[in-house]
Ligand binder design. Sequence first.
Ligand code: SF4
Length: 337
Amino acid sequence: MLTVRDLKVHFPITKGVFFDRVVGAVRAVDGVDLTIPDGATLGLVGESGCGKSTVGKAILRLVPLTSGTVRFDDVELSALHGEALRTARRKVQMIFQDPYASLDPRQNVESILAEPIRTHALRKGAAIDTRVVELLDSVGLPRTAAGRYPHEFSGGQRQRIGIARALAAEPSLIIADEPVSALDVSIQAQVVNLLADLQEQLDLTYLFISHDLAIVRHIADDVAVMYLGGIVETTSAELLYTRPLHPYTLALLSAVPIPDPIVEDTRRRTVLEGDLPSPANPPSGCRFHTRCVYVRDRCVTERPELREVEPGHMAACHFAEEIAVSISPRPAVDQRP
Ligand code: SF4
């Protein structure tokens, strides 16, 4: 199980000609709690710039943590350093948004896949070649792909190489950061289905980061919605998509098409106005109050805690109960894959 508690990642803002002075901080992640049981998928969704990718990097300790704890398989990743951290990281691998940028163009696929196997001493000699073939098979690439270079593949094939490279280290947890956003819609479905199949075969746990709620619905067991560095709603995928409680989630779902054209034409939309405020200077009280259609005086001064509004359904809104009774249950969103 992955447990993240009160995770904060603040990047200092410095000023000065000769000596840097810290004059503020960008609160990219500001008190995030997450739990992912073994073999499950948590979808982490939100607009670009809300801090969701930073959460993924912080779990892997690719960015320094300001405070908080990250625990996976009884190992406190947030307390490890040096060789101990490197060893523990093998169990947690990342799949990146841009498969081309994340692959070394000078290495062929065989070398890309063999590198993590050698680095973590998982196989020796000819067994490495056998493992490379196994990895290519598992992501649906031909064995002849081993001798080719990343530029010789399409975007979807490159993402398959990225997935194979993540699997090469034999991880238990995969952090997939917008893994299909850069791909054509038809290819997105194939890659999401591949990830779902691999999860079943290898008993993997996923943190699936995306801005696309339709994709997340297809793969996630639970979903956490993030806004300006914090989680504003979290529950099962089923509940989130049919009975959202937070105005921000309502607005995000409003932008997702519904397959039934009659429902699509007649439904009431909550349009999200304005840009995401700066995490260096977040709004007072509820951070969503500058864009919320349900805003009241209390929202400007008092920050709502993430609390259980109904069994298994947490939301950070003072008026979640009232909002819940005022909205009709939402039909299923587009299930693209
Ligand atoms: Fe909107 Fe107020 Fe709820 Fe924040 S606390 S989401 S501003 S209604």
